[in-house]
Design a protein around this ligand. Structure first.
Ligand code: NAP
Length: 248
């Protein structure tokens, strides 16, 4: 029995990359895990199989986190089928890069709507059931880029910095209801999102990281599971860096 036995966790974007590693970590610790995805059904099916192979219950729901009505409907669906929701991880995200002068409005909107409004809509939707349950834990996956900024990532960094402010505000708002809200800020992590970067750039990035290497999704998952667990029962409004020392 793990520390998430009898608990229900929703991990957005849990079909691939960091989200998949987070979902697997919760499943290993005994949780029922619902993953969401945007369109890649094959990846979602594969992850649900990996989750159920660990012995627990799992399900995938397809919806666009940028659509607030779809977010509410997804939480309703989870409540209807599983009757409770103990953990929400807002992990789904997109990174659309481009220099300021050429950056399109539609790319700005898509980035902010997915990375920031999505987290807002889902936190709003889970707040009611979590309040009724008299507790819950929310972890938002921000980014080192939200802390440091990065040339060519204006929209992405704005969305991730906004997510830190959102985390702290909702942490203050829901603390009296025993709902903890925290964030992690991963550094450079090996996933599909970073796969397209050239080997030269990856080598250059590694050289700038005190631990001298790129991180992996499991290292982010361990931090997220800690913040969502009872081991972090006195931690809320925290922003935990998982970046190999790249930004202190
Ligand atoms: P990834 O491999 O590209 O996976 C993204 C996941 O999000 C997929 O499951 C995808 O579903 C889902 N998704 C994307 N847009 C969505 C939408 N509109 N609605 C619902 N689901 C959506 O990404 P990752 O690298 O694991 O990143 C996960 C999170 O960590 C993101 O928030 C990212 O910003 C953050 N992060 C990543 C790094 C890094 O170095 N990789 C560093 C710092 C922070 P489909 O597969 O169906 O499209």
């Amino acid at each position: 029995m793990g520390d998430f036995s009898n608990k229900v966790a929703l991990v957005t974007g849990g079909s691939r990359g960091i989200g998949r590693a987070i979902a697997l970590e919760f499943a290993r610790r005994g949780a029922t895990v619902i993953i969401s995805y945007a369109g890649n059904e094959a990846a979602a099916i594969d992850t649900v199989k990996a989750l159920t192979d660990l012995g627990g219950k799992a399900k995938a729901i397809r919806f666009d986190v940028a659509d607030s009505e779809a977010c509410s409907a997804a939480i309703d669906e989870v409540m209807k089928e599983f009757t409770r929701i103990d953990v929400l991880v807002n992990n789904a995200g997109v990174a659309i890069d481009g220099l300021l002068m050429r950056f399109k409005d539609e790319d700005w909107d898509k980035t902010l709507d997915t990375n920031l409004k999505g987290a807002f809509s889902l936190m709003r939707a889970v707040s009611r059931p979590m309040m009724k349950q008299k507790g819950g834990a929310i972890v938002n996956v921000s980014s080192i880029v939200g802390e440091m900024g990065n040339a060519g990532q204006a929209a992405y960094s704005a969305s991730k910095a906004g997510l830190i402010g959102l985390t702290k505000s909702i942490a203050r708002e829901l603390a009296s209801r025993n709902i903890r809200v925290n964030a992690v800020t991963p550094g450079f992590i090996t996933t599909d999102m970073t796969a397209s970067l050239s080997p030269e750039l990856k080598e250059k990035m590694s050289a700038s990281i005190p631990l001298s290497r790129i991180g992996n999704a499991e290292e982010v998952a361990a931090a997220v599971a800690f913040l969502a667990s009872d081991a972090a029962s006195y931690i809320t409004g925290e922003v935990l860096k998982v970046n190999g020392g790249m930004y202190m």
